[in-house]
Structure formats: C-alpha cells, structure tokens
Write a protein that binds this ligand. Structure first.
Ligand code: HEM
Length: 485
C-alpha cells in the first residue's frame, strides 16, 4: 500500500488529460480507439510526458526524446513491464521477455545470427518467397480481382521467417484455406495474436493470468493454439538436432550455420555451455512471433502508401528500374539493397507514420526523473512511439503529411537521435531491425518492379488500430496493373 501511494503521489504530479473517471480512468475516452485521434490530441497538449489512467492503474507515458532517452539507455534502470506476461505461455523466457543476466547471455549468443554476413545469406529466400507472391498477384490481376494486402503479405512474411529461421518450407502461401477446426502454424499464430490483443485492450480482468485461465471463453482456443505452435517448434528442433548430430559424425566441423536454428543449437558461451532445449524453443517461438506480424504490418502500410501517393510510387519504381536495367532477371542481391536510397526514405516515412510496434513499456527498478518529477521504483512507464513520431514539437505541425524527404541526411542532422525510434534504442533495441529493414526494401522493390498499385475504387480510407502491431481495421484492397516489361 505504501508503494502504491508513493507511485500515485508521483504520477499525479505529471500532467494528465482532463476527465479521467475515478475507476475507469481514461478508458472511456478511447485512448487506443482506431484512428488514434485521442493520441494525436494528447501529444499536442502534453508533448513531453503525461499520466494515462488505465482504469485505476496509472501509466506515465513518455512521448518526447528528452523524456525517453534516459530510460532506454540505462542498462539497469528498468525491466520489461508485467504487460509482457501476456506472451509468457507462448514465447516463455525468450529474448523479448527475459531480463537481467538471462537476457544478457541470450542477447550475446544471438547477436551473431543478425550479422550483416548472415543476413546476406537470406536474400535468395526473399527472392524465392516473393516469386510465389508475384505469381499470385499475376493471377489476381488476370482475373481483375484486387489484392487483399494484409492477407497476402502476412502469408509471404510468414513463409520468409519460417524459411530463414528454421529452413522450414511450410508452403503457407499456396495452401488451400483451412477447413473448420483445422489448424496450421500460421493460423495458430494468428489465433494467439488475436487473443493477446483482446486481453490487452478488452476486459482488464483477463490481463491477470489466473482470471484468464479460469474465466475467459477464449482460454481453450489459446491453449490449443499455444500447444500446437509448441509441438511444431519442438518437432523442428529435434529433427534439426538429429541432422546436426549426423553431420558431426560424418566429420562436418559445422562452421557455417544454415539458419537461425543452427545458430541456436551450436551457440556456446565462454564456458562452453549451450542453450537448454526450453531456451532454444523459447527463442524459436520469439523469432517466429517477432519476425512476422511486424514486417507484415509494415509491408501492408508501405504498399498502401505507394497506392495513395502515386508520385512516390513512380520515384521508387524508377529507382528499381535503373538498378535492374540491363539485367536478365528481376532477382535482387544483397549488394543491391544499399542502392535503393529513395525506397529507403519512403519506408522510413511509412514506419514513422504508422509506428508498427507502438507501445514498449517498462517497470522501473530505479527512480526515474521526468521533467523534475521523480517516479519511484515499481512504476510502470510506457513509451508511446506513435505519439513520439507525431509529436508536433519534434516533427513540426505537418507531421501527418507523408514526406520521405524528412529522412534526407541534411534534414536528419537537425533531428534528435531519439526522435525516431521505431525499433526502440539502447541495449533492448530490436535485434531484428536490419533483417526487417532488408526484407521490406526487398519486397517493395520487387513488387513495384512488376506492378502498378492503385486504391480500389469506393474503398474507405484505411483506419489504423492497435493490436500487438498497428494494422488496418479493415483489409486494404489494391488494384494491380501488371507492367509490360
Ligand atoms: C518493421 C519490423 C519491426 C519493428 C518495427 C520492430 C520493433 C521492435 C521494437 C520497438 C522492439 C523493442 C520492444 C520493447 O522494448 O519492448 C523490438 C524488440 C525485438 N524485436 Fe523487433 N521489430 C521488427 C522486426 C523484428 C524482426 C524481423 C525480428 C526477428 C526476426 C524481431 C525481433 C525482436 C526481438 C527478439 C526483440 C527483443 C530484443 C531484446 O529485448 O533484446 N523484430 N522490436
């Protein structure tokens, strides 16, 4: 009680949007309602930090580089907040959820998997997976049907992460739709994502694991999907262990891991200790989770932005045409990616506009100073990246305008390095940043090389909403016009 009173006293000193109900807090005002108008109004009124009341629970929210930077750069000042426990059954103590010595050990062992040289080896996989997608787009165009962007990109990015992480060919892009009661890894993952989201923004009682287990009608579906995903993951791991054992018996020194799973199985710390089976399984699940919805949501918004702003679409296409001129095929190599300069600017701006991962949060393990107010140990603090990226005091009053030129080196120089944090920053930044970024540049270039995209007539403007990632409330439909090459 003493600690709670201390926290309440401190958070009450921060500014807070008016009208919070004593029990419901700001929930009735719809802080995360689709479209994010409340977030836009709030950051305009409180451009540094404010207290959001999630029902009766306060959550100081940081929205300015100055208030965010010390939190993210302190290696010991905070741990992941209890909200991350919503993922616990699914990804266990993998990199995203663990803290302290366990996290440090895993991060050290896994960093090598995202080294430039390793990421280079994934480019052929991107090419193969996008060929499947392009084939489906050709068929849709021939039938005069629009593309359901999120659906198609969700399948394609899942195909990519399964192949790059575990060399697993799921054929998920070409599978027939599942019949009632059937499950595959993609549908299990989608079910888990849906249920975590509904616990995050739905009945707050179900945030508690026991209330969820005992009373939520969704629990049986959750248990089934988690069980299925773990069974598939465990199967992939034990199959690979056998393969590696056989290779070693045949004298292979195993110096070049084939994929992320190999890296995990071969990882040894300074004392020669490997990861346990449970640790490996948690990391596999972490990467399938972290590496799928994030890139799929980003690609969805990129393609939408290309259709909405044809002048930028044309500039990206010209850049790709120039890169691939005089070549026999559309295949893009890892060396090509750095030539896609305008494409990169466009992608950075899309990620700013939509902030696919919106709301990292932390529990303070040391007092934290926000504009002269000290938040005590135990306070849950959120960093709202959407609000940071739409903070008029940081980005100017034209922050809702789509303007890739913001990211030209000359303009970036004037910007605080903590003004743009889609992948967070500091020791807990996104380990998959370069992997994601390569993939999105790659997919954008290959798709625009082959198709002109336009908004399907009569479709409403898509409205972003918060799930685990930011995605459109309704599927986005785009018309496809194949280019005559
Ligand atoms: C556009 C795509 C992506 C975005 C916007 C993104 C964003 C983020 C953000 C903001 C964090 C920090 C979360 C926090 O502090 O709570 C994070 C962490 C993480 N991301 Fe990503 N991510 C993306 C893609 C990926 C991919 C492709 C992977 C894996 C292949 C991945 C794996 C992870 C992991 C494991 C962490 C936890 C790292 C740690 O705590 O050491 N992410 N990501």
């Amino acid at each position: 009680v003493h600690d709670t009173v201390k926290i309440w006293r401190a958070v009450n000193k921060l500014p807070s949007p008016p009208g919070a109900h004593w029990l419901a807090g700001h929930t009735n005002q719809g802080p995360y309602d689709p479209g994010f108008q409340w977030l836009l109004d709030t950051v305009a009124a409180f451009p540094r930090a404010y207290t959001l009341w999630n029902g009766p629970v306060p959550m100081p929210t940081l929205v300015h580089p100055d208030t965010i930077k010390p939190l993210l750069t302190s290696p010991t000042g905070s741990v992941k907040s209890p909200l991350y426990l919503l993922f616990d059954d699914w990804i266990g103590k993998g990199l995203a959820l663990s803290d302290g010595a366990l996290w440090k050990r895993h991060r050290r062992l896994l960093t090598g998997s995202f080294h430039f040289d390793v990421l280079k080896t994934y480019v052929p996989v991107y090419n193969e997976c996008v060929e499947v997608l392009l084939g489906k787009m050709v068929k849709l165009a021939a039938e005069g049907k629009p593309m359901q962007v999120e659906h198609e990109l969700g399948q394609c990015t899942f195909d990519i992460i399964l192949r790059t992480a575990c060399s697993h060919h799921s054929n998920c892009q070409l599978k027939e739709p599942l019949k009632d009661g059937e499950m595959d890894l993609l549908s299990a993952t989608n079910t888990m994502t849906r249920i975590v989201t509904s616990r995050m923004v739905g009945n707050p009682l179900y945030i508690n694991p026991w209330m969820f287990r005992l009373f939520s009608p969704q629990y049986p579906a959750w248990e089934r999907a988690v069980g299925y995903a773990h069974k598939v993951g465990d199967g992939l791991i034990s199959k690979r262990k056998e393969e590696l054992k056989k290779k070693m018996e045949d004298g292979d020194p195993l110096t070049s891991p084939r994929d992320f799973l190999d890296t995990l199985l071969l990882a040894r710390d300074e004392d020669g200790v490997s990861l346990s089976e449970k640790e490996i399984a948690d990391e596999v699940n972490t990467f399938l989770f972290g590496g799928h919805d994030t890139t799929s949501s980003t690609m969805t918004w990129v393609l939408y932005a290309m259709a909405k702003y044809p002048e930028h679409q044309t500039r990206v296409r010209e850049e790709v045409d120039e890169l691939l001129a005089d070549r026999d095929s559309d295949w893009i190599t890892s060396n090509d990616l750095s030539s896609l300069e305008y494409t990169s600017l466009v992608i950075k701006e899309v990620i700013r506009m939509y902030s696919p991962v919106m709301l990292p949060s932390r529990s303070l393990t040391a007092p934290y100073d926000v504009d002269g107010i000290t938040l005590p140990v135990g306070t849950t603090v959120a960093i709202n990246l959407y609000q940071l990226h739409h903070n008029p005091t940081v980005w100017g009053h034209d922050h809702m305008e789509f303007n890739p030129a913001r990211f030209l080196p000359g303009n970036l120089a004037a910007l605080d390095p903590f003004a743009y944090l889609p992948f967070s920053a500091g020791p807990r930044n996104c380990i998959g940043q370069q992997f994601a970024y390569n993939q999105v540049r790659f997919l954008t270039a290959r798709i625009l090389k082959r198709f002109r995209l336009s908004l399907a007539k009569g479709e409403p403007e898509p409205v972003p909403c918060l799930t685990i990632v930011v995605r459109p409330v309704q599927e986005i439909l785009l018309n496809l016009e194949p280019r005559n090459l």
